[in-house]
Design a protein around this ligand. Structure first.
Ligand code: HEC
Length: 144
């Protein structure tokens, strides 16, 4: 490690703050965990623009699946209970309904800029059902 970076890291540790890019990067290569979507109505290939489980009889099951999937795949960056520690956006503020399509797109494509992976893409790994399950759970922790 170059000495300046080492100093910055030591300083960050001392101040109790995380070096943002460093953290996102270090967490970037943890293998995504598959999501068991049994019990959820299948959605087919066509992407929905709104959470199809919200306010249906599958909503509770979707939240249950989403909570687990979030803990295993998203919490290390976006925080336990989706309360962000600052290295990634706080997903509790995404508005149920209005931000649904945006949510689906972001989760599928992740965030890669200038060759740096800030967030890995989940589109190849997660089914649409799994992503809407996570969205369903996020509904339950939404804050204005
Ligand atoms: C390696 C860390 C990391 C992981 C894992 C991760 N994210 Fe992210 N996510 C980020 C970062 C960093 C950003 C901001 C990216 C940017 O600035 O381009 C982000 C952005 C987002 C956004 C856009 C938020 C906004 O307010 O614009 C959504 C939605 C999102 N992530 C959902 C998820 C979900 C759901 C998961 C789990 C399936 C997940 N992320 C896993 C780091 C991560």
């Amino acid at each position: 490690m170059n000495p300046r970076l080492k100093l910055a890291t030591a300083l960050a540790a001392l101040l109790g703050v995380a070096a943002p890019a460093g953290n996102a990067f270090a967490h970037g290569d943890v293998a995504p965990q598959p999501v068991d979507i049994s019990g959820l109505p299948p959605l087919g290939d066509e992407l929905r623009s709104e959470n199809p489980y919200r306010n249906t009889s599958a909503y509770e099951r979707a939240k249950e699946i989403g909570a687990k999937a979030f803990n295993q795949n998203c919490a290390r960056c976006h925080g336990l209970g989706a309360v962000s520690g600052g290295i990634a956006p706080d997903l509790r503020y995404l508005v149920p309904g209005d931000d649904d399509e945006y949510f689906l797109g972001r989760v599928m494509s992740g965030s890669v800029r200038n060759g740096v992976t800030y967030m890995p893409p989940f589109g190849e790994i997660f089914s649409q059902e799994a992503i809407w399950a996570i969205r369903s759970w996020l509904d339950s922790v939404h804050v204005e």
